[in-house]
Write a protein of this length. Structure first.
Length: 469
């Protein structure tokens, strides 16, 4: 019997498999979305805009493509360009590596992306890959003044793991208020809630320690909110997953809206108060447009509706680059409004003019800083003198990131990519500093080189075997 065709077929299959593995590893980001999106958040801003999304998985859980409604939400989020994005879980159909990569690419370019795990994100048993590409399974962020955002993993297999997470929530909290984020909800009661054992354990700890002001949850595909003992409980599960039509009767003291896609815009204040609005998403929800009028002026048009189909306010953060400095205008755009923002730049003196009534401007040097140059408007004009910041070197702070079994310290990094980003050359000649991605490129190059070496080795071995036979 001539075995040569069999050996050749085996060789082709081996090479194809190795090529597929090499391509998959090359597509894996060098750093997680959590790490790559980390941007220093200044401590001295008047308020901080955040977007919250949840349950954007596709109806067909095996699909690699995310729902069109989710991409509409992402596009609006990129127009808002919030200081952080929070996710309440079920961001993929099953959590396969390919689905996780698609999620990563969809959210890349946003700052400070903090996602929780949902049950669908773990169906493919790729939790390790999730932590490599998206975020740790649970962690906390103390970057916004007055607040700690604690991301819990409600999908952990053992109740002791849930208890271990909960027991660390208040560690070194200081006088911060708490925002808890996890997938399976406790309140309101929507017939799709966290099991009583875990829910009661967390509730008992909240009663002992206090400090919790806001809880963000998903899992149930709709919008629901309730205030209990001073804590606001929100379920936001309408970013693309198939919407639910139950419960028909809302729980006592709860607000429930069925079968409407949405996301949340949230404003956090350093005095530990907050405001929020659930924003309708998809066709018939209105539009948010940022139009560049000329090299220094923008028009913001807001016709968005909230989930109750009433006109909604929307926070928007515009970003321009002035001689390597990141200059932002943070505005609350009223319902049915047309807001004009104009930049006047003279060297390191920046004047920003706007007809908005609630807004401020700020700037940070290359690499970011814990304290920004902040300008509050007087007669519709905010002035920024960039040279007044004491240091223009890269500033970093550290934040504790808690994994299942270890505690890791990660430093904040700077990233300023946005659909509304513009580089404006100042009157004084300067050099604009651009962030490099050589670490990621180098890692992918190494992976490709290793894959190529494996392929060559396999070919040589196969040829040797054929000759021997």
């Amino acid at each position: 019997m001539n075995r040569k065709p069999l050996y050749l077929l085996s060789l082709i299959l081996i090479v194809s498999l190795i090529l597929s593995l090499g391509t998959a590893y090359a597509q894996q980001p060098a750093h997680s979305l959590y790490e790559e999106s980390r941007t220093i958040i200044p401590d001295n801003l008047p308020w901080y805009p955040v977007v919250v999304i949840g349950d954007n998985r596709p109806t067909n859980v095996n699909s690699v493509q995310l729902p069109p409604i989710f991409y509409m939400v992402v596009n609006e989020t990129k127009e808002i360009y919030p200081i952080a994005v929070i996710g309440t879980g079920d961001h993929t159909g099953m959590g396969t590596q390919e689905q996780i990569n698609v999620l990563y690419n969809a959210l890349k370019g946003l700052q400070n992306v903090w996602l929780a795990l949902g049950n669908h994100d773990l169906d493919a048993h790729q939790e390790k890959y999730w932590t490599q590409v998206i975020a740790p399974d649970h962690y906390h962020i103390d970057d916004i003044p007055g607040w700690r955002v604690f991301i819990l993993n409600s999908e952990c297999r053992l109740s002791m793991q849930w208890k271990a997470q909960v027991n660390t929530i208040w560690n070194n909290l200081g006088n911060r208020s708490l925002i808890l984020v996890f997938h399976r909800p406790i309140y309101p009661k929507v017939e799709h809630n966290l099991d009583p054992e875990r829910a009661n354990y967390l509730l008992s700890k909240i009663a002992q320690h206090d400090h919790v002001k806001l809880v963000l949850q998903g899992h149930w595909h709709g919008y629901a909110s309730e205030v209990r003992k001073g804590i606001t409980w929100i379920i936001t599960g309408g970013a693309g997953a198939p919407l639910y039509d139950y419960p028909k009767t809302p729980p006592d003291n709860a607000t429930i809206v069925l079968e409407r896609n949405h996301y949340i815009v949230l404003i956090l204040y350093p005095n530990q108060t907050f405001t929020y609005e659930p924003i309708l998403a998809g066709d018939g929800s209105g539009t948010l447009k940022i139009i560049r009028i000329n090299t220094t002026a923008y028009k913001i048009i807001n016709t968005k509706l909230d989930i109750f189909k009433k006109p909604a306010w929307i926070p928007v953060r515009l970003h321009v680059n002035v001689s390597g400095w990141d200059v932002y205008a943070s505005l609350i755009v009223p319902p049915n409004a047309s807001i004009i923002v104009n930049y006047e730049i003279n060297g390191y003196d920046v004047k920003i003019t706007s007809n908005a009534t609630n807004w401020y401007a700020y700037a940070t040097p290359p690499g970011g800083a814990n304290n920004a140059v902040v300008g509050k408007p007087v007669n519709n004009v905010a002035e920024l003198k960039l040279y007044k910041l004491q240091t223009t070197t890269t500033a970093t702070t550290t934040t504790t990131t808690t994994f299942t079994t270890t505690t890791t310290t990660t430093s904040k990094t700077s990233s300023t990519t946005s659909s509304t980003t513009t580089t404006i050359q100042p009157a004084t000649p300067t050099t604009t500093i651009v962030q490099q991605t050589t670490a990621q490129q180098g890692s992918q190059t190494e992976i490709l080189a290793i894959s190529a070496a494996i392929i060559i080795g396999a070919v040589i071995a196969a040829v040797f075997i054929l000759k021997k036979k």
